[in-house]
Design a binder for this molecule. Structure first.
Ligand code: CA
Ligand code: CA
Length: 173
């Protein structure tokens, strides 16, 4: 991977977290992501699924801040993201998977409107689009998330894909 490609991949991942596009990652981005998902699936913040999603979003933010907010100002800049998050996540992908698990579990429950115990691929496409992915990327990602191709995405499939997405970026390979 050349450095331009590396920079591009970092930029995509940073943008995925920077939901409001203000150039840094902070708590507001995570609550914005939760709010967008709930609105897309017609779920209220007060119900159990809604509360679990906000709780998971807060835990994900706390985990991200613990890993990457080096100066402790409650914001993760692009520099902190590159130097802290990406490097340390790559060194310890399991840790990031567990940090993300409550949010992903709750997001799947919100997208699982027929109580299948997993999220149908089309619902995951909708979720990814409402979080900022373009249509083509969302389709591709949702299909690759469904590792065993049974048409639904389980918590474990989401957790391992999420961890892989943020940890496969290796500038030196
Ligand atoms: Ca932001
Ligand atoms: Ca910071």
């Amino acid at each position: 991977m050349d450095s331009a490609e590396y920079e591009r991949k970092i930029a995509f991942r940073f943008a995925a977290f920077d939901q409001d596009g203000n150039g840094c990652i902070d708590r507001a981005d995570f609550s914005a992501a939760a709010a967008r998902l709930l609105a897309e699936f017609g779920t209220t913040a007060r119900c159990d699924k809604g509360q679990a999603l906000y709780t998971g979003a807060e835990a994900l933010w706390q985990g991200m801040a613990g890993i990457a907010d080096v100066d402790g100002d409650q914001r993760v800049t692009r520099e902190e993201f590159v130097g802290g998050a990406v490097k340390r996540l790559r060194d310890n992908p399991e840790r990031f998977a567990e940090i993300a698990r409550p949010f992903l579990r709750a997001a799947i429950a919100v997208a699982d409107q027929d109580d299948l115990g997993a999220a149908p691929v089309p619902a995951v496409v909708r979720a990814l689009k409402v979080l900022g992915a373009d249509a083509g990327t969302a389709e591709l990602a949702a299909r690759s998330l469904d590792a065993d191709e049974d048409g639904v995405i389980t918590e474990d499939e989401a957790v391992s894909a999420f961890a892989a997405y943020f940890t496969v970026i290796a500038p030196d390979t």
